[in-house]
Write a protein that binds this ligand. Structure first.
Ligand SMILES: Nc1ncnc2c1ncn2[C@@H]1O[C@H](COP(=O)(O)OP(=O)(O)OP(=O)(O)O)[C@@H](O)[C@H]1O
Ligand SMILES: [Mg+2]
Length: 270
């Protein structure tokens, strides 16, 4: 089943510029060898909202998320069919600069993965390799702004030369978000970014996502219904490789159209 647009949202009385599609996936299937993990999925991901991907384990959320910045390219045997447009440009076209793409569409993983380098270098690395800047003072500025935006600056400003791996789990995850922000991305993909964190660190990341909303298109995969309801404005429910239902988060959680969505959000399976 294809669910190309938002429904069953009421007809808006004026255009909603923040809901404009940043990424348009059209008839996307993803295979691992002969196994089809994503089956003909179409979705428009809005520019200035947070979109949550929910669904039972193994339904393909991470696989689909990785197809949005071609991270599946790094998995042997993985193959993507269909079309994924970023601002109308096919990211799978030949000649696409994948390194550049992954700066535009950044990713934050389940387990914080700072580089075994200083806090400063964790942030400065991307801008350096992408040639955004080489000057020390400009780099200092990017490091400070990125850490500030990620809500980490006050905690680390006096220890920028300490190793990123010496931070707490929640701080490491904010460092990884700062690292993604440092290369001036347009989209940030987060795959269960809080699942390794305690409730306080989780609340901090959720606040952060809310602060970043509007500046970047954000997609978050989560197993927590509460988290999806708190942080997102759009929710897509995945089930066995398909999107069963996609709509405003309030509709999905309070008025789902599909029985399978209802069963999942009420905890009947998953
Ligand atoms: N590298 C891989 N090689 C082969 N099969 C894979 C690979 N990664 C995932 N799969 C399979 O693809 C399907 C979708 O997996 P995926 O990790 O995308 O699910 P998910 O929805 O993210 O699950 P979870 O909620 O447990 O993280 C599963 O059947 C999984 O076993
Ligand atoms: Mg996953």
């Amino acid at each position: 089943m294809n669910t190309p647009a938002l429904s069953p949202a009421p007809t808006p009385t004026f255009p909603d510029p923040v809901a404009e599609a940043k990424i348009s996936a059209k008839n996307v299937s993803v295979f691992y060898g002969a196994k089809r993990a994503i089956d003909d999925v179409s979705i428009d991901i809005p520019k200035s909202y947070v979109t949550a991907f929910i669904g039972p384990s193994g339904c393909g959320k991470s696989t689909f998320l990785r197809s949005l910045n071609r991270m599946n390219d790094t998995i042997a045997g993985a193959r993507v069919e269909g079309e994924i447009l970023l601002d109308g440009e096919d990211i799978y076209r030949s000649g696409m600069d994948v390194v550049q793409l992954r700066a535009r569409v950044g990713m934050v993983f389940q387990k914080p993965n700072p580089f075994p380098k200083s806090i400063y270098d964790n942030i400065a690395y991307g801008p350096k390799i992408h040639g955004i800047t080489g000057s020390k003072s400009e780099l200092d500025g990017i490091v400070e702004t990125s850490l500030q935006r990620a809500g980490l600056w006050d905690e680390v400003k006096d220890r920028l030369s300490d190793s990123g791996t010496a931070l707490s789990g929640g701080q490491q995850q904010r460092l990884c978000i700062a690292r993604a922000i440092a290369v001036d991305p347009e989209v940030i993909l987060m795959d269960e970014p809080c699942s390794a964190l305690d409730p306080i660190a989780t609340a901090r990341i959720e606040e952060l996502i809310d602060e970043l909303r509007g500046r970047y298109a954000i997609v978050i995969v989560t197993h927590s219904m509460q988290q999806a309801a708190r942080v997102s404005q759009r929710t897509a429910f995945f089930h066995i490789g398909k999107i069963v239902e996609y709509g405003t988060t309030s509709d999905i959680f309070t008025n789902p159209r599909e029985e399978r969505t209802k069963d999942y959000i009420t905890g009947r399976y998953g």
